[in-house]
Structure formats: C-alpha cells, structure tokens
Design a protein around this ligand. Structure first.
Ligand code: GAL
Length: 726
C-alpha cells in the first residue's frame, strides 16, 4: 500500500538536516588495511564482487572450487542484498548469507562485507516514497534500477543506519569478515537531487559555510540579474530554469560542493554506525576516480576512509593504458601513496557503453598489473560470476557465460598466480616511487569549467590533465597525478592543467613553490577565478600573472561552428592549437618566448606568444597558452624537459622510442619501492607493436613477453608487461 507520494507527505522541519562538513575541513583517518584470515599469510588481495543470491545454492560450492583454482582470497559480498536481508520492515534473514560466509571462510577466502545499503528494497520506497530523489524539473526518480534514494533524506538515513547496525551486530565476531564495504559508489546514480530535502539541506549547508545571507550574496554575485536574497530560505537547488537560460555559476559550483558533502555525510553516518560496533574492522567505500568522473571530491573523501578503494573501467582504444595509468596514479595520490584497493574493474567488456568493446588478448593481465604498478595491493573485479539475468548480464566477469573452459577464466587464473609471485617477492606494501613531475588534478576546476556561458563549451570534455600525463609518457616521463590539495609542491616540476579556480592560498602556494626553485607548467584557463569563481581583474591569469610573466587581455577561442572562423592556429614549432588560444598581449622582460602563432595578419594572432618561460625567483614558470592535445604538448615541452633535467635518460626510453621526428616513448615505466629498499620496476608496452626492453633486474612476472636471457633483454608484445626486481 502506498502511504504517501514523494514530497507530498514530507514535512520535516528545517534543522532535521544536520549537514554538514564543509569540504576539506577534516582530519585524515589513519591508514588501516584488511588483515589476512587467521593462520594465513598476507598477500595481494584478489577477487571480486560476489553475488551468490543470483544463483541457486548448488552453484555456491562450484564457485568456491573455482575461486580456489584462480587464487582468489577475498570477495565482496552483500552489496545489493538489502531486499534479501530485510524482506519486510520487521523481518530479517541472515541465514543464507551466514551459509555463504561460512563456506568462504572454510575455504580460506576472506570477505569484504557490504553494508547492503546501496539500493533500497521495493517495500521501502512503497512505504516511504519521499525517499525518492527528484530531478531538476521536479520529476520523481522512480525505482526500477538502483540507488534511488535521496542523500539528504532523514527517512532513508534511519533505515540505512538500522541496516548497518543489524549487519554489524550480526557479523561483529565473524573471523571471515576482514573489511566493510560501505554502500556502493556513492552518487553514481543519485549525485544531484533537487527535492525539498535537498533544498533544506543546501540551505543549512550555505548557512554553515557563509553564516549570513549577505555573505552568500557576495559569493554568488547575486546583484547580477536581481538575484539578491534576503533569507536563507530563498536558496533553491539549481532547479530547471528553462531551456537556453544560464544558471548562476557560483550557486551551481556550491551545489556541486554541497552534493559531494551531502553524500559524504550519509557515508560518514553509515561508517560510524558500523565502526561503533566493529571498531577492529577497517572500512572503505569504493570511489570512481577516473580521468573524467570526478563526480564527488574524492580527495576530500580520501580523509574519511581507512583505506582508499577504487573502481575503474577502461577507456577503449588508443588511450586505454594511458588513461588507466593516469586514473590509477590519481588514486595513489588520493591515498597519499599508501597502498590502495582496486575494488572493481572488468575482465573484458562492460555493458553500459553504446558499443562494449572487449579487451584484446593480454589486456586482462596487463590492466591489473598496471593498477598494481600504481600502488594497488588488491585487485578485484566486478564481478565473480557473469549474471544470466538482469541489467548486467552482458558485463564480463571472472567466470564468464562460457564457464571455466574459457580464455577469460584461464587469464584470471594466470593473474592469480602472478599476484602470488609478486607477493612472494615482497611487493606488498611497497610504495610507488615519487616521480619528478606532478600533474595536478583539481576536481572543482573541472566542475566550474563545465558550466555554461564560458569562453568556449569545448572544455566540457575535460581532458587537459590526461593530455599532459600522456604527453609526458610520450616524452619518456611517468608523472604522478596529484590532487590539488596534495603535496605537489614536493616535486621537481608541476603541471597545472586548466586549474581555473585559484584562490589566494593556492596562488601563494604556486608563487612560493616557483620562488623556491620549482618548475611549473601552467596552461590556458588557469588562475582565472578565485574560489567563488570571481574573476581576478587586471588581465589573465590574474591569480599568478607575476609568476608566469605574461598578461592576457582577451581569449581567442577556436571553432568551426561558423563559416570563416578559425578552427586551428599553427605554432612555429610545428604544433597546432585548437579550441582555445590566449591572445597574450604582453610578456615581462624576464620572460622568454619559445613558440609563437603563425597566423594571418588580420587575426591579430600573428607572432603572438604561445609558449613562454619566465624566470621567477629561483625557479621557472612555463606558460602554454593554448590547447595543443597530447602530441602538441609532447612536442612543445620536450626541449623544456631536457633543459630542466626532467627527462628520464633510462635505456627503456631509448630502446622504446619509435622512429620518426615525433618523440613517442613506447614504454611506460613505473617503480614501486619496498621498505627493505627492494625495487620493483614495471615496464609496459604502450604500442600495438613489439618493443624490446633492457632487463635491469630479475624478472618476477611477465605477460605477453619473451625473455632473451643472453642479451639481458625482453621483447614485449602488444599488451606486454614485465616486472623486474632489483
Ligand atoms: C559499477 C558498480 C557495479 C557494476 C559495475 C559495472 O559502477 O559499482 O555494481 O554495476 O559498475 O561496470
């Protein structure tokens, strides 16, 4: 029976919502890692999401037989089990899960147990439709898939916390449960909620952040278009304003910050409920750290987990390995170089793209080892056994539809053996060696640049940090990806790729860093606005004009949406700008121009500086005033990397360089260093051809590689990888 409709019966008062922590205001929890089952040795965790409730009990023993065969030592259980565990408001059924966990424990397989709160059961939304989110137009987001709950709903919170309490009480003494997996991918499907609950919580959040409504007015620039408010209760979420209209950008930015905090708030409540009852079990929630999905501020969330865990799904095509490594490195940065947990990736195709490409031979093992290279001490998949029904039946798994007699399962077994070898060699706990160069990642700049009414909407597809990471790989440099609040100023050089928002504190940090001898590479669209997205006046990039030694009066966006506009601009170093170029109007005396535009006279861009180097204090600031893409960046910065002594002169690069004028390193090299001083060097083939590498160490693991012992070298096939110990 329906007892209400969403919002219609909803009467909670202002103040019911206790949100919230303001982003970045928290102390970090100490790193705690899931410990091995009693009597077993620690190893790299290996397994996946296990959903036994989708299968008859007769399959469970077979699952465990195959898990043992593959070397699986941990599975995540119960993520979407709420409807089974609590079939009615006052009925609980743990029996089936007890059986599953007992079987796993007996086989020496540990359990990462979910809070089971990711997706509410039908009876709950029937009883309390007011927990269903609303979209920007006010329409109800109905059940039918998953995660159909409002992050700010006090009713949902009550039920979710009860579930956490029951789970913790029931499993607090289980020796098989080694970690908690709280909810699942917070915000994946309920990131933005525009309901009345969200509205009230947003008002509370704004009150906490700004104290007075006038401070909100100031921050949001509400004198523009008569938006000045006189009370907090006039604050609305950014609901639908009609097609073609433009939302207040600072309000939108704050709503994104609020939405991240709102989800973090319910996560913290669930976490604390579990931790109160089982203080000894480390907790995590799986992030979605990837080049383009910065849906919440994961670096801020990184302070709130006992260990960072991540889900990553590959980008098909040319950027497969680079994007994976870039995302994994960002995860390592969020984890502050403590080992992290790869909670999900795929053995082959996903099912949620338009076209779901499978992985090529070798890529299953290669991808997992690339995550390990970047600091993962756990390798897990979505999911163990491929579903025969439901929305994910075409998603690859460790045991595919074809069964154990399949290449995927053979690769899964091979990987299990490889991880065992790496464990025996002492990799566990080794840290990724700090690179010379950091590429800074700023989720909030991404959010702000994606708003409407900017110089060009072409930046919606935000790839600048990834372009730099790949370009540096082309130049033989594996960079670390470091969150903007992380320790990027401890590196020899730093890239600030479209770090558009730059408050005073950040600008000072950049200034100090370069003054002390750091080398910074700043791109177009950086340092334009402060934290409230108010433009720094007096010429761009106002936040750090003195550091970069240039002044820009106007932007020169590039496009092809009108006849006769310029889509590209050539640079005199042979590269080509697209989408965005700065019309740099002056350079300081201390500033050297290293590339200029070659444009028609009438454009006003002929001879305008495109790439400059400014001497500032004891350091240098390079400014790249246009979007060049991976290849253009690689070509433009190669001489500067040499000049600053940042190029990796190792043999791998030399042997790996492909012929031709373009500098494109065929190899990605990553090093993890154990506390004992032992080094693990991972070498990956980035190309679709064979590449020969020198063996500066003893091979521990190799895949799609042939070792030539006589010549101390190896040939890596496409998707080939080798791990050397020294
Ligand atoms: C993740 C999710 C999993 C599964 C997977 C498929 O977003 O956590 O439950 O849906 O995607 O790629």
């Amino acid at each position: 029976m329906t007892t209400g409709t969403a919002d219609a019966t909803h009467t909670d008062m202002e103040g019911t919502h206790t949100i919230m922590s303001i982003t970045n205001g928290t102390r970090r929890r100490p790193h705690r890692w899931p410990q091995p089952l009693a009597g077993l040795r620690p190893g790299i965790w290996y397994g996946g999401d296990y959903n036994p409730e989708q299968w008859p009990e007769s399959v469970w023993d077979d699952d465990i037989r195959l898990m043992r065969e593959a070397g699986v030592n941990l599975v995540s259980v119960g993520i979407f089990s709420w409807a089974r565990l609590q079939p009615a408001p006052d009925r609980w059924d743990f029996d089936w899960l007890d059986t599953v966990i007992a079987k796993l424990g007996a086989a020496g397989i540990a359990v990462d147990l979910a809070s089971a709160t990711a997706s509410p059961p039908p009876w709950l939304t029937q009883l309390h439709p007011e927990i269903l989110p609303r979209d920007a137009r006010g329409d109800v987001v109905w059940p039918g898939a998953r995660q159909h709950w409002r992050p700010t709903s006090p009713v949902f919170r009550e039920y979710a916390l009860e579930m956490c309490r029951r789970m913790a009480e029931h499993y607090k003494d289980s020796p098989t449960v080694v970690a908690w997996h709280v909810s699942n991918e917070y915000g994946c499907h309920n990131l933005y909620d525009y309901s009345d609950d969200a509205m009230q919580a947003f008002q509370q959040w704004a009150r906490r952040k700004y104290r007075t409504i006038d401070a909100v007015n100031e921050a949001w620039g509400t004198d523009f278009w008569a938006q000045r408010m006189t009370d907090f209760d006039q604050i609305l979420p950014p609901r639908f304003i009609g097609e073609g209209n433009f939302m207040n950008p600072t309000k939108l930015l704050d709503f994104k910050r609020f939405s991240s905090d709102a989800l973090k708030d319910i996560f913290i409540a669930e976490r604390d409920e579990l931790a109160r009852i089982t203080p000894d079990k480390p907790l995590t929630t799986n992030f979605m750290v990837s080049g383009t999905t910065a849906i919440v501020d994961y670096d801020d969330w990184g302070h709130e987990v006992d260990f960072v865990s991540n889900d990553h799904y590959f980008t098909p095509g040319a950027r497969h390995l680079d994007e994976l490594a870039y995302s994994a490195s960002l995860c390592d940065g969020i984890s502050r170089k403590d080992p992290w947990f790869l909670m999900e990736h795929s053995t082959s195709a996903v099912n949620w793209r338009q076209i779901n490409y499978r992985k090529y031979p070798g890529e299953l093992v290669r991808d997992s080892l690339a995550h390990v290279a970047m600091g993962a001490d756990a390798v897990c998949y979505f999911q163990w056994r491929q579903s025969s029904a439901g929305a994910e039946k075409f998603h690859s798994s460790m045991v595919p539809h074809a069964g154990e007699d399949s290449q995927v399962f053979r690769d899964v077994c091979e990987l299990g053996a490889d991880l065992g070898k790496l464990t025996s060699a002492g990799l566990l706990g080794a840290r990724v060696e700090q690179a010379k160069v950091a590429v800074v990642f700023d989720a909030q700049s991404k959010w702000a640049l994606e708003h409407t009414a900017t110089p060009t909407q072409a930046l919606q597809n935000w790839t600048e940090p990834l372009d730099w990471f790949s370009a540096l790989l082309d130049d033989g440099v594996t960079a670390d990806v470091v969150p903007v609040a992380g320790p990027w100023d401890t590196y020899e050089a730093v890239v600030l790729p479209t770090v558009y928002l730059m408050g005073e504190a950040m600008a000072d940090r950049v200034r100090q860093y370069v003054r002390n001898g750091g080398k910074v590479f700043v791109t177009y669209a950086s340092g334009i606005s402060d934290d409230s997205d108010h433009i720094w006046l007096g010429g761009y990039p106002g936040a750090i004009r003195d550091v970069v030694g240039i002044r820009i009066e106007e932007f020169n966006p590039l496009g092809s949406d009108f006849d006769g506009v310029d889509a590209t601009l050539d640079l005199d170093n042979g590269t080509v700008a697209h989408d965005w170029a700065d019309a740099v109007s002056s350079v300081d005396d201390s500033c050297e121009v290293v590339a200029r535009y070659e444009a028609a006279e009438d454009t006003g861009m002929k001879g305008v500086p495109a790439v400059t180097v400014n001497a500032f204090g004891n350091g240098y600031a390079v400014y790249v005033g246009c979007k060049l893409g991976q290849k253009g960046i690689a070509t433009s910065v190669a001489p500067l990397l040499d000049r600053f002594g940042l190029s990796d002169a190792s043999a791998e690069k030399a042997t790996g360089s492909s012929a031709g004028a373009e500098r494109s390193s065929a190899i990605m090299k990553v090093v993890r260093v154990a506390e004992s001083g032992q080094r693990f060097t991972f070498l990956f083939n980035r190309t679709r051809e064979e590449v020969r590498v020198n063996l500066a160490g003893t091979p521990v693991v190799e895949s799609f590689a042939t070792i030539d012992e006589q010549n101390h070298s190896a040939v890596l096939k496409p998707a080939g990888v080798i791990v050397l110990q020294s």
